[in-house]
Design a binder for this molecule. Structure first.
Ligand SMILES: [Zn+2]
Length: 49
C-alpha cells in the first residue's frame, strides 16, 4: 500500500517547505500555519498536488 506524500507550500513566497505523508482519505485541502525560513516568519501553507 503506497503512502501518499503531500507537499505544503508557503502561500507568501511559494516555497515548498514541508512534506507530509497522508494515509487516510481526505477531501478538503490542507491549510496549516507553519514557519517559513524564506519569509522568516509563520505563514499559511497549503498543500500542492
Ligand atoms: Zn514563505
Amino acid at each position: 500500500m503506497a503512502v501518499k506524500k503531500v507537499a505544503l507550500a508557503c502561500t507568501v513566497c511559494g516555497s515548498r517547505n514541508y512534506t507530509i505523508s497522508e494515509n487516510n482519505q481526505r477531501t478538503e485541502r490542507l491549510e496549516v500555519k507553519k514557519f517559513c525560513k524564506h519569509c522568516g516568519k509563520h505563514t499559511l501553507h497549503k498543500e500542492t498536488r
